[in-house]
Design a protein around this ligand. Sequence first.
Ligand code: DX5
Ligand code: ZN
Length: 223
Amino acid sequence: MTRALPHDVQVAPSILSADYARLGDQVRTVMEAGARVIHCDVMDGHFVPPITIGPLIVGAIADEVHGAGGLLDVHLMIERPEHQVREFARAGADNITFHYEATPHVHYTVNTIREAGCQAGVAINPGTPAETLSEIAGHVDLALCMSVNPGWGGQRFIPASPGKLERVRGVVGADVVVEVDGGIDEETSPTVVGAGATLLVAGSAVFGSPDPAAAYRRIVDAL
Ligand code: DX5
Ligand code: ZN
């Protein structure tokens, strides 16, 4: 069963900055604090230099997330994502987002994600124009606007991102969830919501804190 993406404003902790030796505890902590979307960053060492996690780790936290009424938001930073969709769907992904820049077959990949029973998102890098999403907008559930270059947590929010978010929202319309990822904290979060984002990924601002639950709440309270 796929859980529907929220259309209200929510903060999605990214486990990229979590302590993987106690990942289940870290997920439980932020969910007890109110998080309902857990963001998983998958990197392949090709589309972006680092290698991070695969379906095994997504599957390892799936019961914890779903049992608490949450959903797994999988962000694929991998080349040719269409070849990996089924594995992540089987692992428990509810939403799968891939990069427009990572495949020549964007429309096909969206269909593959939907056929696998998941909601589909398309992400664009900071250098990719918002208008790139125009043809696919009517076929996706989510548009992810990167506010840093993908690959690493803890980078500085790109100041032009709110303007880009406004253009993304204009291109995709009101029914598509607009997600923003990179450099989100208590200071940047009100600005991106003002620009039209509703799903805010926060990695280092949550799990880089000694108290991730309190850090999550501070971002939510800043909105
Ligand atoms: C970066 C990832 C992000 C990352 C964000 O490529 O897609 O999800 O976790 O990290 P922060 O919130 O630290 O910028
Ligand atoms: Zn991400």
